[in-house]
Design a protein around this ligand. Structure first.
Ligand SMILES: [Ca+2]
Length: 480
């Protein structure tokens, strides 16, 4: 809290500083999208998608270009991601991590309790499934939106962003009517732009699939078995991936992002109308990334930059400077950051690091390297330029120069000139894994062949056809 006040005061002229009453503690409005890519807005680097409201937030505040969720022990990457954020703990240390059904025993240490203990009104509305129910229950109000029915604006996928915005606006209006004095912590978790990618028709009309450019990293098929080649998300389109399928998936994804952006704009308008705009820190983020044809992948079960663990993060509002930070940060860093905004106490066991020192200009980074992992089959580590990905089950290594090859097209792992850096990053990866309680082996005794052939018959083929049919039938939930 003290730091927040210092930040706020630093922006005021001296005369104003003496004249003004001490500022009230800031409201916290956190919008946490589902499968939102790190480049999922125009201001975040995608020139195609239409996102005027997210862009305005990015223009007003700080964009963290290198934010990640640490990893997942299950295909539903959302679950450990959201749990890490609300507990501040790394993926192998979240309660129930090994069973992938987090149910922490100490609710007092969950973020909503910490913020409430600091005197906040806490309110949540969000998606059904693949979240962190034990943590959500700790909000004073928690509304779950169970979107699944076709063609009904009250329950369908296409209108879920609208429903979340309506409820949030209603909450803001009721606070104004009741002259509520406590600051608020609102956590909105729309199930968007997660598939099935169904938006209101006007947003689908904005995107002609034939005009959607393909990523430079597009491939018909991943070049080797990454250990999770035919998980649910990867079966949203058949193999080999075609340009037409990929463009359609991108167009539908952008439609959902634009729909979400529209309804974010409505919430922000109500913040202004209710007089809370100047005293609300707004955070926009996503729970995990997603591949949309890059490297032949359509899921979040991979460690590429345009892939599963890289997420967007924008923080804007009073006292937050405008700018861009390339600091390597995790979503779990939001726990102590929010606690500090609210003047709350970060409990023991939280591994995330507050981003307030970055926001206040005291430091430019909170860690030197960042590690990510997926089940027992993928591990990665990166610094500000180089990145190593290792696939223990098939003994494959990739090494990329992200500065000159941001799309990870050229694997430099076999080049002797990079042997020392590869050895250095491998040692750092081993160290990070040990420090986080990640006991999966980096090498296995008998690696499997790395060649992979798409499923062609039997049960998998049927599942693939069914998944594609479901994805096409917009509005029908097929979440695992
Ligand atoms: Ca997700």
């Amino acid at each position: 809290m003290r730091l927040f006040l210092a930040l706020l005061c630093a922006q005021l002229p001296l005369a104003e500083l003496h004249a003004a009453e001490p500022p009230a503690r800031p409201n916290i409005l956190h919008i946490h999208a589902d499968d939102h890519r790190s480049d999922g807005a125009r201001a975040l680097g995608n020139p195609v998608v239409v996102t005027p409201n997210i862009d305005a937030l990015a223009e007003r505040g700080m964009v963290f270009t290198h934010c990640y969720t640490m990893g997942s022990m299950v295909g539903a990457v959302c679950t450990p991601s959201r749990t890490m954020m609300l507990t501040g703990r790394s993926w192998q240390r979240i309660p129930g991590a090994k069973g992938a059904t987090p149910n922490a025993a100490e609710p007092a240490t969950f973020l909503p309790r910490v913020i409430a203990a600091a005197g906040y009104q806490t309110w949540h509305m969000g998606k059904q499934g693949n979240g962190f129910p034990a943590g959500l229950k700790e909000f004073q109000t928690s509304i779950i939106d169970d979107a699944k029915t076709l063609n009904d604006p009250l329950t369908d996928r296409a209108h879920c962003s609208q429903r979340l915005a309506d409820q949030t606006i209603g909450f803001l209006k009721s606070r104004a009517a009741n002259k509520e004095n406590k600051p608020f912590y609102i956590y909105i978790a729309p199930p968007v732009p997660h598939d099935p990618r169904s938006a209101e028709p006007q947003f689908h009309k904005l995107y002609d699939p034939s005009k959607i450019p393909l990523s430079p990293a597009f491939l018909p098929q991943h070049p080797f078995d990454n250990g999770e080649m035919s998980v649910r998300d990867e079966m949203l389109a058949p193999w080999p991936r075609t340009e037409a399928d990929t463009k359609q998936q991108n167009a539908d994804y952008y439609s959902c992002v634009t729909g979400l952006d529209h309804h974010i704009g409505r919430i922000l308008a109500e913040l202004k109308a209710s007089g809370q705009w100047d005293n609300t820190i707004i955070i926009f983020s996503g729970d995990n990334g997603l591949s949309l044809g890059e490297h032949g992948l359509f899921g979040k079960q991979n460690l590429y930059e345009f892939g599963g663990m890289h997420v967007p993060l924008i923080i804007a509002g009073p006292g937050i400077p405008k700018g861009k930070s390339e600091a390597l940060v995790y979503l779990m860093d939001l726990f102590p950051t929010f606690a500090e905004f609210a003047g709350g106490k970060t409990p023991e066991g939280v591994e995330g690091k507050s981003l307030v020192p970055i926001l206040s200009g005291q430091v430019t980074k909170v860690r030197d390297v960042l590690y990510t992992g997926y089940r027992n089959c993928q591990r990665a580590i990166r610094d500000d330029r180089w990145k190593l990905i290792h696939y223990p089950l098939v003994d494959r290594t990739q090494f990329f120069d992200l500065q000159n090859d941001p799309h990870e097209l050229k694997n430099l792992a076999d080049q002797p000139a990079h042997a020392a850096k590869i050895a250095e990053l491998t040692a750092l990866l081993t160290k990070e894994m040990a420090a986080r309680g990640d006991n999966y082996p980096l090498t296995v005794a008998n690696p499997q062949p790395a060649e992979w052939t798409p499923p062609t018959g039997g049960k998998k083929s049927e599942r693939q056809a069914k998944a594609k049919s479901n994805a096409a039938a917009k509005g029908k939930t097929i979440e695992r």
